[in-house]
Design a protein around this ligand. Structure first.
Ligand code: IMP
Length: 199
């Protein structure tokens, strides 16, 4: 079977990507499946640089076609922060997702509503010893002042869709996977995977 490595150590991303890619006919491999432990420093100036860096590093280490996601949350009133730095958006080392959500709400609390924002995902696909291909996806909503829901990961409990009256954490994975930034990026990645694997 044709193998694709899901090049991330983020458990939330792994679950979503496995579901989003399940109908491709590819055998989806995680780093844990092949005992691959790789930390890639995300020091690029763009999502594309970071995604490419991760995809290339995992492809080199595994010899497998590798798909990496670099993503973030961009809040308009914070001039697009935390963006590229979403995973590290907290002054305290060792901070968790819940700390980052609280920190964001603290930074927004005196600002006028609505707190419009969008999630962005860049996906890079690396074929060992060949080029890297990049696709993107965005999804628009608002930050709300109180957490709602237990699903998803990261900023999902405070990312709200007014037209659905739900946060991303109040959606089940199927619903999130119909509209998320990652879902749109994967949709754009599928023609590339078809070409690479001759599907
Ligand atoms: P990175 O791609 O490893 O730099 O991490 C992206 C960070 O953006 C995650 O750690 C989350 O904080 C945030 N993020 C990206 N996608 C999502 C999502 O689908 N839901 C909630 N938070 C997300």
């Amino acid at each position: 079977m044709k193998k694709l490595l899901i090049a991330t150590n983020n458990k939330g991303k792994v679950k979503e990507l496995q579901e989003l890619l399940k109908d491709t006919g590819l055998e989806l491999i995680t780093p844990a499946d092949i005992n691959l432990s790789l930390e890639v420093e995300e020091d690029g100036a763009t999502y594309a640089e970071n995604a490419a860096k991760k995809a290339i590093a995992f492809a080199r280490a595994s010899g497998l076609v590798s798909l990496a996601d670099d993503s973030g949350l961009e809040v308009d009133l914070l001039d697009g922060a935390p963006g590229l730095h979403s995973a590290r958006y907290h002054p305290k080392p060792g901070a968790k997702d819940a700390d980052r959500r609280a920190y964001m709400l603290e930074n927004l609390k005196d600002r006028p509503h609505p707190w419009t924002a969008h999630f962005h995902a860049t996906i890079a696909i690396s074929v060992p010893d060949q080029d890297v291909q990049i696709v993107e996806g965005n999804c628009h909503g608002e930050i709300i002042a109180e957490e709602r829901g237990n699903g998803g990961f990261g900023y999902d409990p405070i990312f709200y869709f007014p037209e659905k009256n739900k946060t991303m954490a109040e959606m089940d994975m199927d619903e999130k996977n119909r509209l998320s930034h990652r879902a749109i990026a994967v949709m754009n990645a599928i023609p590339i995977l078809r070409k690479i694997f001759g599907l």
